[in-house]
Design a protein. Structure first.
Length: 84
């Protein structure tokens, strides 16, 4: 019995597309919303947004950079004297 595939799905370009297109667009939208909040002098909203952006970018970096999660775990282990 032979199986024939009509459509071959490949997700190899998704990671590069996200890094090249989606992430910069989201950062632009966040920057514009922070600009609008600063115009209203809403400091609490700006700080909350900045903290959220930093945490989100850290999570994206761990997801998009190959080996970043392992390197981060090793670094934290060395900082806490858990590793050799």
């Amino acid at each position: 019995m032979t199986t024939h595939y009509v459509l071959a799905l490949d997700t190899s370009g998704v990671q590069s597309w996200l890094a090249d297109n989606a992430i910069p667009l989201v950062l632009i939208v966040i920057g514009l919303s922070m600009l609008a909040a600063s115009h209203k002098q809403d400091t609490a909203k700006i700080v909350t947004t900045l903290v959220g952006v930093v945490i989100s970018l850290g999570a994206l970096a761990l997801a998009l950079i190959p080996g970043a999660a392992k390197a981060t775990a090793v670094t934290i282990g060395h900082l806490l004297n858990l590793g050799s």
